[in-house]
Ligand binder design. Structure first.
Ligand code: ATP
Ligand code: MG
Length: 138
């Protein structure tokens, strides 16, 4: 069993992607399947970028067991008022500045859900958003 906790700083574009990169390194060192690592990276990167774009801070927990990779992204932030809308492909509240950086296609959350074996999102407006994701090892 492997366990590690990371922190993502909201608004810090300099560091954006660094937690995903660390996770990738860990999964590679554990010799996990390449396709599984690739899927974990799509999920981790999209969730990390959302935390940078929309949250104040985010705690990322990574757990790897013989059965699965478990990732939890628990942020403090504005929360999501309408989750089913946020999960809709193409829906985005990204600002012009965010779009100029290449974000805001409204595909991050739908892609996280598609790529996960198990995906759960909970959110409280004014408090924050939590994503729970499982990727099964086989
Ligand atoms: N952690 C979060 N906290 C608050 N709002 C969020 C969070 N993650 C996503 N959202 C909201 O859900 C919307 C959809 O997110 P999604 O990741 O699918 O698209 P996007 O980030 O806008 O664009 P893309 O991911 O394609 O660059 C966001 O525009 C934002 O309004
Ligand atoms: Mg996104």
């Amino acid at each position: 069993m492997f366990k590690k906790v990371f922190r993502v700083e909201g608004g810090n574009f300099q560091k954006a992607g660094s937690v995903s990169k660390q996770i990738k390194k860990i999964l590679k060192q554990l010799n996990l399947d390449g396709e599984l690592i690739w899927r974990a990276m799509i999920i981790a990167y999209e969730a990390e970028i959302n935390a940078v774009l929309y949250a104040h801070e985010c705690q990322v927990s990574l757990e790897i067991t013989a059965e699965k990779i478990y990732m939890r992204f628990k942020d403090k932030g504005p929360g999501i008022p309408d989750i089913s809308l946020a999960m809709t492909e193409g829906y985005s509240t990204a600002t012009r500045a965010m779009r100029e950086r290449g974000f805001g296609a409204g595909l991050g959350l739908p892609n996280i859900r598609k790529t996960s074996d198990h995906f759960e999102i909970t959110s409280t407006v004014g408090v924050g958003t939590t994503l729970d994701i499982d990727l099964f090892l086989n």
